[in-house]
Design a protein around this ligand. Structure first.
Ligand code: NAD
Length: 512
């Protein structure tokens, strides 16, 4: 099986074609082809087949057909497939990171970190027999036992963003599948190769055909998944406007939905913070992956008289050695952004901050990258004097841009964060335990770091923001993931003794 590279097209000296995986077989049906960039060099590297409605319906039908047998497969056997899958992910890590780097632009060391986080979700899924244990109460009434069990939903869909082309799909389908569901994944059409390859590895690990299907596509594919009555639940990760649309549409069609959206993550730097530590970790969290992370720290809020000046000076100094460049040079700190349109958008936000009165301390517009003159690069950018009314503050930039704001007290910093529409992640740098505790207790944000810049929960916790960073009640992966991908059923049972017959009872039964 090899849906990643269409060898016929390659032999014809054409661009490689990324297709779909339906019913365990590669499929290249498309109502159009879309170019996929290699952003490091600014050239089209491959094409992706964009599925029409009929192709998505074929994937849903394959998942529906595979469901009864997969549901009946014991959880321990399902988990065994995941154990083999985990090993295959490790054995093929270089190939996966290459695919991520070529299409996304992420440097190999960053792609390896992404994959490791994805593998940890597979490891969590390996515990399926334990995760799916039911809750049992004996003798809730005379001779009556009761238990709750967690049953799979059926066909579940996942729609994922470009910025973690392997990890975010791995947040979803391993757990959904070990819980007994069958799955249709719609990865980002901007970098579809890694997800498709990873899905092929799961089949190599022994997954029966149809349990996991991958369709590449755009709005038409997504809309088909959101409205088809055979799809029971939808997990979405992407930007907030699309998350809101997906949540509204899926729930209006009777589906369970969790839709994770965008972010604007603030770091508070207190006057007592260890500034060296704050600066070095802020830089990694702001510029790693070109700032294209939903947990990237994009705003530093300096508290107190001279904290801002000290912070800006130290950041500017540390940024002198930042190295931006192609994905395949491991000495680079971060790579290009995903498309030329996205580069222009990021640069547009820097322009607007300057126009609206902020000071560009380090200017990353138009960096020179040797050997990659046409790549989609923005260098690390530091902006000081940012105000809450500026466009660059109100919107998610999703680029290597760190903005600094200054306030007088920690409470003012917290009010600023709470007033923002997003509430994904945040961090405080301080040596004061009491301040840190107050901050984590009261801040209206879903994931909080204390001297930890990227507080991305490990696989056995769950990932989710507050406010307009998450639509739905349950976060992604971990314990919330198990609840999202299963439906509780509670059974109450009595085996009457031979010869004992109960009369009709018209009052509400109370067993105890
Ligand atoms: P996006 O919203 O453009 O795309 C996400 C998915 O939605 C893709 O599969 C895409 O094909 C599909 N899509 C796009 N437009 C659509 C439309 N009009 N109708 C239906 N489907 C559509 O997001 P992106 O640019 O790929 O990813 C970046 C965004 O994702 C950022 O906002 C980032 O913060 C967010 N993100 C959030 C999290 C989180 O956990 N909260 C994690 C990663 C990324």
């Amino acid at each position: 099986m090899n849906a990643v590279i269409d060898t016929n097209a390659a032999a014809a000296n054409d661009l490689p074609l990324t297709g779909h995986l339906i019913g365990g077989r590669p499929v290249t049906d498309a109502h159009r082809l879309q170019e996929v960039w290699n952003p490091s060099i600014g050239e089209v590297g491959s094409r992706v087949a964009i599925a029409g409605k009929a192709t998505v319906e074929a994937a849903i039908a394959a998942a529906q057909a595979a469901f009864p047998a997969w549901r009946a497969t014991p959880p321990a056997k399902r988990a065994r497939v995941m154990f083999r899958f985990r090993d295959l992910l490790e054995q093929n890590a270089d190939r996966i990171c290459e695919l991520i780097g070529r299409e996304h632009g992420k440097i190999a060391h960053d792609a390896a970190g992404e994959l490791q986080r994805g593998i940890e979700n597979v490891e969590f899924a390996c515990a399926a027999p334990q995760l799916l244990k039911s809750e049992y109460s004996r003798n809730v009434g005379p001779g009556i036992d009761s238990w709750s069990e967690f049953q799979p939903l059926g066909v579940v869909a996942g729609i994922t963003p470009f910025n973690f082309p392997a990890m975010v799909p791995l947040w979803m389908f391993p757990l959904a599948i070990v819980c007994g569901n069958t799955f249709v994944l719609k990865p980002s059409e901007r970098d579809p190769g890694a997800a498709l390859y990873v899905a092929e590895l799961l089949h190599e690990a022994g997954l029966p055909p149809g349990v996991l299907n991958v369709v590449n596509g755009d709005k038409e594919a997504v809309d088909t998944l959101l409205t088809d009555p055979r799809v029971q639940a939808v997990s979405f990760v992407g930007s907030t406007p699309i998350a809101e649309y997906v949540y509204a549409t899926a729930t209006a069609h009777g589906k369970r939905c969790q839709a994770l959206g965008g972010a604007k993550n603030h770091a508070i730097v207190m006057p007592d913070a260890d500034l060296d530590n704050a600066v070095s970790s802020l830089i990694g969290a702001a510029f790693g992956s070109s700032g294209e992370r939903c947990m990237a720290l994009s705003v530093a809020v300096a508290v107190g008289e001279d904290t801002g000046d000290r912070l800006v000076a130290a950041l500017a100094k540390a940024m002198e050695t930042l190295k931006v460049g192609a994905f395949d040079d491991g000495s680079n700190d971060f790579g290009p952004v995903i498309t030329p349109q996205h580069r222009d958008k990021v640069v547009g936000f820097i322009d607007s901050a300057q126009r609206q009165g902020a000071r560009i301390v380090v200017d990353g517009r138009g960096p020179k990258v040797d050997g990659c003159a046409h790549g989609f690069y923005v260098g690390g950018t530091l902006i000081d004097g940012v105000r809450p009314d500026m466009d660059s503050y109100r919107s998610e930039i999703f680029g290597p841009v760190l903005q600094v704001m200054r306030v007088g007290t920690m409470q003012e910093a917290m009010d600023l964060i709470d007033a923002h529409e997003y509430g994904n992640g945040t961090c405080i740098y301080t040596r004061d335990g009491e301040a840190a505790r107050y901050f984590s207790d009261h801040i209206k944000v879903g994931m909080v770091g204390i001297n930890v810049p990227l507080p991305v929960p490990v696989a056995y916790h769950s990932f989710g923001g507050w406010k307009r960073s998450l639509f739905g009640d349950l976060s992604a992966y971990g314990p919330d993931g198990v609840r999202f991908y299963t439906r509780r059923k509670t059974i109450t049972q009595r085996w009457p003794s031979a010869g004992v017959r109960e009369g009709s009872q018209f009052s509400m039964p109370a067993f105890g």
